[in-house]
Design a protein around this ligand. Structure first.
Ligand code: BYC
Length: 313
């Protein structure tokens, strides 16, 4: 067993990609299942805050773009559930874990979308943060996850642009529209920084996940990259990031930024955020209401299989 683990680590260190039939330590398997499933759940739950605005999009063009984005997220969830299934867990089990409150999904989706500007802020900041995190994951060591990420990242970059364009339009609009954009930035900035997870010193999984190259950068490294990338974008918009301590550091060549409210983060992760209950209820209700579709699909597949069998005989 020990020898197998050493050989496995050597493969990882050489930059080899691990495929579903390869031997892997159980902890590697479970870490991947956990992370991929959390990611899949985030995509599916992430459809809810934005879905809230589809019927109220301010123009046909905006509605079409938002619909496409939300549909893409459903697709991302499906690729990711499939990637997790290659590790020996079923989609039903994963969904059950989400509905029972046993599986996590990203903290960010437990905040409400109060105005149309929030759709801009989500695309700009939340998808922006997702891209920073996920571009690294295109080089993660588990093959099916890495490959799913390549396609997802391409779609995320369209999502980010549609969000930034909404923000730009609002910021070049009337004073009230600019205020809406500022208000959205004020509410979404800090939760977006929390998406990268706890500080490295408090992160349970980072050290081992970096050794196994499941993660290619730490939570803090990615968060810093996101801040450095986003500050100039806010300057172009002409709105202010709600952090008095944010300033360029000539020595480190990075932006310094203020302390994140980690109590708030953990409260949201534990289920006590503004919308946790609402989000989970919406998913459970959708699952129950969709039972007849699943039953019909299974009945149809069984009928087809019987027909094919009869024809083959
Ligand atoms: N929310 O040891 P750590 C998207 C948990 S974007 C909730 O650092 P890890 C989308 C963590 O699970 C969002 N929980 O963990 C965008 C662990 O608890 P457990 C999805 C969080 O895994 C736009 C504990 O805290 N993206 O989908 O090494 C529209 C300690 O953390 C969070 C991904 O999931 C959080 N923010 O690092 C629609 C990317 N952060 O599991 C959709 C893939 C941490 O031990 N995931 N926790 O009970 C990752 O890269 C990593 O899992 C994380 C966390 C960086 C998020």
């Amino acid at each position: 067993m020990k020898e197998q683990e050493t050989t496995f680590q050597e493969r990882i260190d050489r930059g080899e990609i691990i495929e579903p039939r390869d031997w892997m330590p159980e902890k590697y398997r479970n870490t991947n299942i956990r992370q991929i499933a959390q990611h899949a759940h985030s995509e599916i739950v992430g459809m809810l805050p934005e879905g809230n605005w589809i019927t109220r999009a301010p123009s046909l063009r905006r509605k079409v773009a938002l619909l496409a984005k939300v549909q893409d997220e459903a697709g991302h969830g499906l690729y990711l559930y499939s990637a997790a299934e290659t590790l020996g867990i079923s989609r039903d089990e994963l969904v059950e874990q989400l509905h029972a409150g046993k599986a996590k999904y990203s903290s960010i989706f437990n905040y409400p979308t109060l105005s149309w500007a929030d759709i801009g802020a989500i695309g700009w900041l939340v998808d922006g943060a997702a891209i920073v995190n996920q571009v690294m994951l295109t080089r993660t060591s588990y093959g099916p996850y890495a490959r799913a990420m390549v396609r997802i990242c391409k779609e995320e970059s369209f999502h980010q642009r549609q969000g930034y364009e909404i923000m730009l339009t609002l910021c070049r609009g009337t004073e009230v529209q600019k205020q809406m954009a500022q208000d959205a930035l004020n509410r979404w900035w800090w939760p977006s920084l929390m998406m990268f997870g706890p500080p490295d010193a408090q992160s349970t999984h980072t050290e081992q996940s970096m050794k196994w190259r499941i993660k290619r950068k730490t939570n803090d490294e990615l968060r810093q990259y996101f801040v450095d990338m986003t500050v100039p974008q806010a300057e172009v918009l002409g709105i202010t990031i709600p952090d008095l301590e944010l300033k360029w550091n000539e020595e480190t060549k990075h932006y310094d930024f203020g302390e994140i409210d980690w109590d708030e983060f953990w409260q949201v992760v534990k289920g006590n955020g503004p919308c946790n209950k609402q989000r989970l209820n919406a998913r459970v209700t959708a699952w129950e209401n969709g039972a007849w579709v699943r039953e019909a699909a299974v009945a149809h597949a069984e009928k087809l299989a019987k027909k094919e069998l009869a024809e083959a005989v």
